[in-house]
Design a protein around this ligand. Structure first.
Ligand SMILES: [Zn+2]
Length: 378
């Protein structure tokens, strides 16, 4: 690559990182992203000279020019990190629409990771924005994935639904075990119950019908004002049996198409995950627009369909297709490692998932190929 392009990308990354600092700081508080930056200690409006990425911090030795108050090293860190990621992009892509979309992908992930670190939340505008960008890139110019599946590969849409569905079910089973198999309080008009119904019915009847029936339950719940759902005890306990059925009883395999039972099992699993993902993303979007449901009579259940990691995983699925699973695996590994090192029990998962997403985006194919070669498969 031309050295000029590499330098340009790095400098652009520093500048974007500086803007991301503003996003990370202000978006969770609902503040406007425009307007000049101020020193948090003395409130002085900062001059452009104080805002040169990384260099101002070094020149001022991490202190405010006016009041000598300490400046968090987080600011130059975010700037340097974004610069490095943009440089990595420039090494991979020439100046192109592909490079621009990759810059956007990385910027969203940096903002999401640091906001999650600060607030334990992944804002809907960023998760759904990243998901939408992935779908637009796929639809408009097949980057990084085609929109529709091609051959054995997942398309961006299926990738998003499947990944979100997988994450929603992990959340669903996790909560189910924590409740010791007790029933959760169903949310009206839509909540995890519909997601679990979609998984079961999607595995049984295919993703389209599964989704349609779960949406019917949503509509009936909205109409009657009370939950019209199947219990979790039924949906979550039956769901894993459906993909297993064609393996245990080969004649059943024919229900999902002829051929090898393993394929039927896979089709059932995929149908369930895709239907669940559709409900999770649609339900999450409903609550995002509906806003905070507010006072739920002092109940301490989390806000309806918080699902931040589910939405982020859906976004990664749109960008990475099957490599979103690698991102999840790397995220779990990184999260466990940091949990051990920092001896903390609760860490936000978003930063690790974002890290896994970046690694899978740049090195996913190489990692999988190396692993298959190690197994002696390829
Ligand atoms: Zn100051």
């Amino acid at each position: 690559m031309a050295p000029m392009w590499l330098l340009l990308a790095f400098l652009l990354g520093l500048a974007v990182g500086s803007f991301l600092n503003v996003v990370i700081h202000r978006l969770p508080k609902g503040e406007t992203l425009g307007g000049r930056s101020r020193c948090p200690h003395c409130g002085r409006t900062l001059s452009p000279l104080d805002l040169v990425p990384v260099f101002s911090y070094l020149a001022l030795r991490g202190r405010c020019r006016y009041c000598q108050g300490p400046i968090s090293p987080r600011y130059p860190l975010v700037e340097g990190l974004t610069g490095g990621l943009f440089l990595l992009t420039a090494l991979r892509f020439p100046p192109s629409l592909e490079a621009l979309f990759t810059f956007l992908f990385l910027s969203f992930l940096v903002a999401l990771a640091f906001i999650d670190l600060d607030t334990y939340e992944l804002p809907d505008p960023l998760t759904y924005g990243l998901l939408l960008l992935g779908l637009v890139g796929a639809w408009a110019f097949r980057f990084p994935l085609p929109f529709q599946p091609e051959g054995a590969n997942l398309g961006a849409l299926d990738g998003a639904l499947l990944s979100a569905g997988l994450m929603a079910l992990i959340a669903g089973y996790g909560a189910f075990f924590l409740r010791r198999f007790g029933e959760g309080r169903p949310e009206v008009p839509v909540g995890p119950h519909q997601v679990h119904m979609a998984a079961l019915l999607g595995a049984l009847l295919g993703p389209g019908v599964g989704m349609a029936l779960a949406f019917l339950s949503w509509a009936l719940s909205a109409r009657t004002g009370r939950p019209v759902v199947l219990p979790d005890r039924l949906t979550l306990l039956l769901f894993p049996l459906i993909p297993l059925a064609p393996l245990l009883l080969p004649p059943l395999g024919n229900l999902w198409g002829e051929g090898w039972e393993g394929l039927a099992a896979l089709a059932a699993l995929k149908g369930g995950l895709i239907a669940a993902g559709g409900l999770a993303l649609a339900g999450g979007l409903y609550w995002a627009f509906r806003g905070d449901p507010g006072e739920t009579e002092g109940e301490e259940e989390p806000v309806a369909m918080g699902y931040g990691d589910v939405k982020l995983m859906g976004a990664l699925g749109a960008w990475l297709g099957p490599y979103a699973l690698l991102a999840l695996f790397l995220g779990v590994f990184s999260g466990a490692l940091f949990g051990l090192l920092l001896r903390k029990r609760t860490l936000p998962f978003g930063p690790h998932l974002a890290l896994g997403g970046v690694v899978a985006f740049f090195y996913g194919e190489a990692l999988v190929r190396a692993y298959l070669a190690y197994l002696g498969v390829s």
